[in-house]
Design a protein around this ligand. Structure first.
Ligand code: ATP
Ligand code: MG
Length: 230
């Protein structure tokens, strides 16, 4: 098991194909330093989600390797990886129960105080306390009692509580009002601070904040630079 990950990520000539003879990633090479925020962009089908699936060892590369702190994902157990890597998906699942229950799935032994602290660190306690019963409000079936923004924040709070070295986030495309949007962006910045992050980014505001932007085109790494360089 790995006790500690500082969060460097390296793709070393990584290739991948879901079906034999039909490659979807071609010789991908890049290195990410601990703490960097990477925006992954590219057209639909370009390979963004596949990159994420390789980092999280959902699949192993067909050839080449992906290294976390210099260790090939091949040699890292899934249990070990789960401790150090967090994923926030676009439609992360909320189950029937309170907001608190839904946040606590990230760390079942967390106290109420630790859950509240995670929300506070996102600077969005007020947005969740606006619910009738605050953090003790029932989220409803699949989160139906919450606004889209609130659902997103519950997913952020889960990740904050888990506190992984590497965080992967598939940015939501759903539209919320400008003020909520600004609050979500602020909470996102707080969530990503101090950890390596990969954000499948749809919003220019997110791309602008990235340390580097990786552009994929038909499974090839087309460009990797800062937003200003691109
Ligand atoms: P989007 O923006 O639509 O989410 P993406 O950049 O995430 O697109 P991927 O999901 O990585 O794209 O897909 C890359 C390629 O791999 C596409 O050609 C897609 O059809 C193919 N692909 C993805 N998942 C599978 C699968 N499970 N089996 C076979 N082919 C797949
Ligand atoms: Mg995708």
């Amino acid at each position: 098991d790995i006790d500690h990950l500082s969060g460097s990520v390296q793709f070393d000539d990584a290739c991948f194909e879901y079906e034999p003879g039909r490659p979807v990633l071609h010789n991908i090479n890049f290195t990410v330093e601990p703490g960097q925020m990477i925006a992954l962009v590219g057209e639909t089908g370009s390979g963004k989600s596949t990159i994420i699936k390789l980092i999280s060892k959902f699949y192993l590369p067909t050839s080449g390797q992906i290294l976390l702190d210099g260790i090939p994902t091949h040699d890292i157990t899934s249990a070990s990886l789960a401790q150090h890597l967090g994923i926030v998906l676009q439609n992360n699942f909320l189950f029937t129960g309170t907001v608190m229950d839904n946040i606590r799935v990230a760390r079942h032994d967390a106290t109420d105080e630790q859950v509240i602290d995670a929300v506070r660190r996102l600077d969005c306690l007020d947005l969740l306390e606006a619910l009738p019963l605050g953090l003790r409000a029932d989220v409803g079936e699949r989160g139906g009692n919450l606004s889209l923004g609130q659902r997103q924040l519950v997913c952020f709070a889960r990740a904050m509580l888990a506190d992984p070295a590497i965080l992967i986030l598939d940015e939501a495309t759903s539209s919320v009002d400008t003020i909520t949007e600004a609050r979500i962006q602020r909470s996102l910045a707080r969530l990503l601070a101090g950890r390596t992050s990969f954000v499948v980014a749809h919003r220019l505001s997110t791309i602008r904040h990235a340390d580097r932007v990786i552009v994929l085109r038909d499974g090839n790494l087309a460009e990797a630079g800062t937003h200003a360089q691109l």
